[in-house]
Design a protein around this ligand. Structure first.
Ligand code: SAM
Length: 244
C-alpha cells in the first residue's frame, strides 16, 4: 500500500503523531519526518527522523483522530461515549439523532458505529467546527444541520436520540415523536439540577437509569504500580430511557 497525499498516518514511537501527508515534512522534538518518503511506505514500516529516532507507521483509528480534532465546547470523553454505545446497543443498522454537535467528538464516535447520524447544532460557529472536524476525519455518514433541535426533529423511526445540550428536557417532546418504540433517549447532564429536570420530562419513557462513570488510570511497572495521582474528574451523569 502506498499512501495518498490526502491520507493521514499515525506515527507511534517516542510519542504519537497524527500527520497529514499533504506536506513534504513534519517537525517534532525528535526531529523531522520526510513525508514524501512516508507516502511510499506501508503500515508497519519503520521510519526514522533526521535525528535517527525510530517510529512505526500505522493507519490512524478513530481515537487517534478524535484526540486531534479542533475543540470548542467540552466534548464527551471516551469513558462516557463507550458506556453510551454499550447500554444503547448502538450498531451498524442504527439511525441516531444528536444535539448539540458541539465539537463533533460524539458525532464522529457514533458515526464510526452506526448507519447514519443526524446532528443538530444551534450555533453557527460550532456548526462550522463540527463540519471541519467531520471532513478532517473523513466521516461521510453525518447529516449536519445548523438548527435548533427544540423546534422539532424531522427524522422518524429513529433508534437513539443523544442529547448533550444545556437544556435537554426541552428536546424531549420532539425526541419522543422521532423515536421508534423501544428506542433510547440519552441525556448527558453535567449537573444534578439538569438530571432532575430531564428525568421529570421523561413521562413517555420507561426503564429510566441514571449512571455516573468513574475511570481510574493506573501507572503500572516496576514496584510502583498504583492509580495515577491525577484527580478523578466528574464529567457528567448519563440518563438512559426507552420510549414506550
Ligand atoms: C457541550 S456541547 C456538545 C459537545 C459534543 N457532544 C461533543 O462531544 O463534541 C453542547 C452543544 O449543544 C448546542 N446546543 C445547545 N442548545 C441547542 C439546541 N436547542 N439545538 C441544537 N444545539 C444546541 C450548543 O451550541 C453546544 O454546541
Amino acid at each position: 500500500m502506498v499512501f495518498k497525499k490526502t491520507d493521514q498516518v499515525q506515527l507511534i514511537g517516542h510519542k504519537n503523531y497524527l500527520i497529514y501527508l499533504d506536506q513534504n515534512s513534519f517537525s517534532t522534538e525528535y526531529g523531522n519526518f520526510d513525508l514524501k518518503a512516508i507516502r511510499k511506505m506501508k503500515p508497519g514500516d519503520k521510519v526514522k527522523t533526521h535525528m535517527g529516532k525510530e517510529f512505526t507507521i500505522v493507519v490512524p483509528r478513530i481515537p487517534d483522530k478524535l484526540r486531534k480534532i479542533k475543540r470548542a465546547p467540552q466534548i464527551i470523553t471516551f469513558k462516557d461515549a463507550g458506556i453510551i454505545a454499550a447500554h444503547t446497543g448502538m450498531c451498524k443498522e442504527d439511525v441516531v439523532v444528536e444535539a448539540g454537535g458541539g465539537s463533533g467528538a460524539m458525532t464522529i464516535f457514533m458515526a464510526s458505529i452506526v448507519k447514519q447520524v443526524h446532528t443538530y447544532e444551534i450555533r453557527k460557529d460550532f456548526h462550522a467546527i463540527v463540519k471541519k472536524n467531520l471532513e478532517r476525519c473523513g466521516v461521510t455518514n453525518v447529516d449536519l444541520k445548523h438548527a435548533d433541535v427544540t423546534k422539532g426533529i424531522k427524522e422518524k423511526n429513529v433508534d437513539i436520540v443523544m442529547l448533550d445540550m444545556g437544556a435537554p428536557a426541552s428536546a424531549v417532546p420532539g425526541a419522543c415523536k422521532a423515536l421508534k418504540p423501544g428506542g433510547f433517549i440519552v441525556g448527558y447532564c453535567p449537573t444534578v439540577e439538569q438530571v432532575v429536570k430531564f428525568k421529570n420530562s421523561l413521562t413517555k419513557f420507561s426503564n429510566i437509569i441514571v449512571r455516573e462513570i468513574i475511570e481510574r488510570i493506573w501507572e503500572a511497572g516496576g514496584d510502583m504500580s498504583r492509580p495515577k495521582t491525577a484527580p478523578i474528574g466528574h464529567t457528567a451523569f448519563l440518563i438512559f430511557a426507552r420510549k414506550i
